[in-house]
Write a protein that binds this ligand. Sequence first.
Ligand code: ZN
Ligand code: ZN
Length: 435
Amino acid sequence: MMSRMAALTPSELLDLYHDLHRHPELAFAEHRTAGIVAGLLRGHGFEVFEGIGGTGVVGVLGNGAGPRVLLRADMDGLPVTERTGLDYASTDTATTPEGVTSGVMHACGHDVHTACLVAACAELAARPEEWSGTLIACFQPAEEVGSGARAMLADDLFDRIGGPPDIVLGQHVMPFPIGTVNLTAGTAMAAADSLRIVLHGRGGHGSSPEATVDPVVMASAVVMRLQGIVSREVGAMESAVVTVGALRAGTQANIISDRAELLVNVRSFTADVRDRVLAAIHRVVEAECAASGAPAAPEFTSVASFPLTSNDADACERTGAVLAEILEQQRTDIEATGGAPAVISLPPLPGSEDVGELATAAGVPLVYWNLGGADPGAFAGMDLAAVTGMGSLPDGVAPNHSPHFAPVPQPTLDLGVALLVGAALDRLAREEEGA
Ligand code: ZN
Ligand code: ZN
């Protein structure tokens, strides 16, 4: 029999959040965070698996027959120097794999996700008489670089924890008003692909371009030509984004360099558009290199690849009703912030996530929602659908990845915990036994 263990108190939850926020760690370097999570899970009676996919941690709590429900949180911070001015702001620094040292910050709220999931685990462990089945708490590394979920899967995640789950549930804090949960059935977030493209020219003296193949001119033509993909090859009712985020070539005015490098980011909302846009990029780059007389073919490297985040429609309908019920139960706390309980369904967000890899690998439904963590007062009179791109947020509300990103800790944390617990209990309910 499981012994009854206390859930986290409100001050323990806030302390945990502040501690995680003060000490963010970059993708695949979440050693301190993973250690804290593992220790807490053990303390609440979970069987703990560490070092899955590098720094991933999974806690498993078996409680009789029933479904296997996986709750997922991501743990990594970002190479961003925090400028929130909060008394629990991070002053830590870290060095990226590319050798760049900068401030490191939980600028995407993964500390919220981690703290909420730890607290949800503690609460579910303290209420064993209310459920039956197996609770799987998956603390994933390296969401930001798009490879943490795949790293855990490649490290035999499901074999190591006794099999795949029956459903994957998770949440992401967003600068929506407190009390608002966004849950979109079907495509919820974009696929994202980042490519490094190296163009080869022939270097030489700046005074004698005729003896060279100038990669700066070649790269310029490529950048302009890439702009035609979305405008000329993607239909009016489809959408995609092609952004050249970096273009590097040369050192000084009188030298023609022998190479140029482009970093290209692609966002798409269907597999068909994704395939078409990626193929068009290859075609355009190869053709421009040929047109320039490049001495070697261009090189393409995938730097990051996020799948479409695709929520299961039936599972969303069921979980969405549960989330609405939980928000209703928390109405007093939400209204005290000036907000109101609301489950909304925005059009697909242009951001990307790798949580879908876990559900796809298990062949099971995904339900992934956004948790509002911003001061509702800032949104007075605004249409939320108009701020989905995060490009038109009200004053004082910073988007994810901003050095000013600062979710309001409470009641956001309490809501995040309650939603995870409610969504999990709905799937683990005793009456499901034998169903
Ligand atoms: Zn992020
Ligand atoms: Zn994130």
